[in-house]
Design a protein around this ligand. Structure first.
Ligand SMILES: N[C@@H](CCC(=O)N[C@@H](CS)C(=O)NCC(=O)O)C(=O)O
Length: 311
């Protein structure tokens, strides 16, 4: 039975990136389908409040954000690598651009009326309304980009990515696939599902061939399904790993800390600091349902704050 449990839903682009990471490494994993909108009680029992999709569970350890998941999977299963040595730096930089700028260009582009009609085909109107309200609340305070502005940027971004492929290389950074391919792919996969708006991809033959190559990476082996309750029970019966807090990074082991995404869905997770280095931060928390769980975040993109210790 696989120890890797992916909490995700089918239509999530970042979840598609995570599924492809499993595919690239040929990993077996179990699947928990999470709701697309709040409330997410089973998610929160495990994460302590982080609501974004996907996250990875290994026993009582919960890994948030696909950037961290990539590093964790790489450690567990080094080959084939998501960060081939010759292009590791470029792969991380390109992946970060795709997960932020490209993704936040694609979203307002694909969420224009013809895209929404295709993406939400067959979804009851109440569920659609709930989705719109949920995402509005989730992205409160983040600047809104208009559809036409996003379309203009996307045209340029598609040219940029196509330019990378013009010398006939199979993957964006050369002869081997890397995390960059999966990160650039997932927003474009979302565009490809946006009905008539997917026509923006049409002139880009090299890009489309590359997209088929990435899609063929597949999702690894789906080794079964769990419901949220079973995943929580599994966390409860597991012991989290032992970690260290590196000195000199501004926080001490045992302090009560909150971790909040710096960009959107800014829900804070509060717990006891048990792990910290320049790569990641880990909080331990006691949950009524899940028991003692450790929630891990990448250090980049997450804000740490000392909280008052509870009396
Ligand atoms: N930086 C995060 C971004 C994840 C993200 O934004 N996921 C979207 C779905 S594609 C999300 O969480 N939407 C709200 C939700 O699912 O509740 C990552 O790499 O995992």
């Amino acid at each position: 039975m696989s120890d890797l449990i992916l909490h995700h839903y089918g239509a999530s682009p970042f979840a598609e990136k995570a599924r492809l990471m499993m595919g690239l490494k040929g990993l077996a994993w179990r699947s928990v389908t999470v709701p697309m909108v709040l409330p997410k009680p089973d998610v929160v029992a495990l994460t302590g409040g982080y609501r974004r999709t996907p996250f990875l569970q290994i026993g009582a350890d919960i890994y948030c954000d696909t950037a961290l998941m990539a590093e964790v999977l790489e450690r567990l299963s080094p080959t084939p690598s998501l960060f081939p040595a010759a292009v590791a730096g470029q792969a991380r930089v390109l992946a970060q651009w795709a997960d932020t700028d490209l993704f936040w260009t694609v979203l307002p582009y694909a969420m224009q009326p013809p895209g929404l009609a295709a993406l939400f085909e067959g979804v009851p109107p109440e569920a659609f309304k709930a989705f719109v309200a949920d995402r509005r609340a989730m992205s409160e305070g983040t600047p809104r980009v208009s559809g036409p502005d996003a379309g203009a940027a996307l045209h340029r971004y598609l040219d940029w990515v196509s330019d990378m492929l013009r010398d006939g290389r199979p993957w964006l950074l050369g002869t081997e696939p890397s995390v960059a391919d999966l990160s650039v792919y997932h927003p474009l996969w979302f565009v490809s599902r946006a009905g008539a708006l997917a026509d923006i991809l049409a002139p880009h033959e090299l890009l489309k061939t590359w997209m088929s190559r990435v899609a063929a990476v597949g999702h690894g082996e789906r080794a079964g399904k769990l419901d949220g309750e079973a995943a929580i029970a599994l966390a409860r019966s597991s012991t989290p790993q032992t970690l260290q807090v590196q000195q000199g990074l501004g926080f001490e082991a045992g302090e009560r800390i909150s971790v909040t995404p710096a960009d959107y869905a800014r829900d804070a997770v509060t717990g006891t600091l048990v792990g910290l280095d320049t790569h990641s931060v880990t909080l331990a928390r006691e949950d009524e349902r899940a028991g003692r769980v450790q929630v891990h975040f990448p250090r980049i993109g997450y804000m740490l704050k000392k909280e008052e210790t509870r009396a």
